[in-house]
Design a protein around this ligand. Structure first.
Ligand SMILES: [Cu+2]
Length: 221
């Protein structure tokens, strides 16, 4: 995929790359929020409680984004299976959390009700689109690396997160809280781990040639 990064990233062959293997944890109280659909309830469902962070039995965190910043050069982008997509399904954003390369994003309404997906970098609008029709797809571009929060102007409880990256050294943690970032040129980097409830943790990480660097990163509120 041809990304259009704000930070210049050059693809070049990586020799003697190492890897970063890690796990993200959170030990604090898990807060929840109450979702009270006040319209379109036949599609959007009933009142429910949603955890603001997905924590497993051993404090492992699912759907935390991990990425390196300001990487000048390294491995090629992975071949994209398909264009990144943000779906509105039953008045939820799916995927709820994703990491995508700077570049195109397709926003799709899969519901038979109006959604108005509205993405923000901080307070600045990144995209804002009304989609009254089921199956409607509107392409957009997220050209700048950073965190994009997505709201729906029609359903106040809807919220999604898109972490836009300008180099291919990124991961999203699985149900075991683990991540792996491979083929990293030896060197010292700034690594960011981020989750919407806790916010980011930044740390320095040094990668040695041909070896894994193992990290446990604790998110804190
Ligand atoms: Cu909506």
């Amino acid at each position: 995929m041809a990304a259009t990064p704000a930070f210049a990233y050059d693809v070049s062959a990586v020799s003697g790359g190492g890897s970063i293997e890690g796990q993200i944890t959170y030990k604090g109280p898990v807060q929840t929020r109450k979702i009270i659909p006040n319209k379109d309830v036949e599609v959007c469902g009933g009142i429910r409680e949603e955890a603001l962070i997905e924590v497993g039995p051993n404090q492992e965190v699912q759907n935390a984004a991990v990425y390196l910043v300001d990487v000048a050069k390294g491995k090629a982008w992975p071949p994209a299976a398909k264009r990144p997509e943000l779906d509105n399904i039953k008045c939820e954003f799916v995927p709820h959390v994703q990491v995508i390369p700077a570049g195109p994003l397709d926003v799709v309404n899969k519901d038979p009700v109006l959604h108005n997906s509205h993405g923000y970098y901080g307070n600045r609008t990144a995209f804002n689109m009304a989609q009254p029709n089921q199956g409607q797809l509107i392409p957009t571009d997220l050209t700048r690396a950073g965190t994009v929060r997505v709201d729906c102007d029609a359903h106040g409880w809807m919220e999604g997160w898109i972490y836009v990256v300008d180099n291919p050294y990124y991961a999203l943690t699985g149900a075991d809280g683990k991540f792996s970032i491979t083929d990293v040129p030896p060197g010292t980097y700034k690594l960011v781990a981020i989750q919407s409830f806790t916010g980011p943790v930044e740390q320095s990480v040094t990668v040695a040639s041909g070896k894994p660097t193992t990290l446990t990163i604790e998110l804190k509120k």
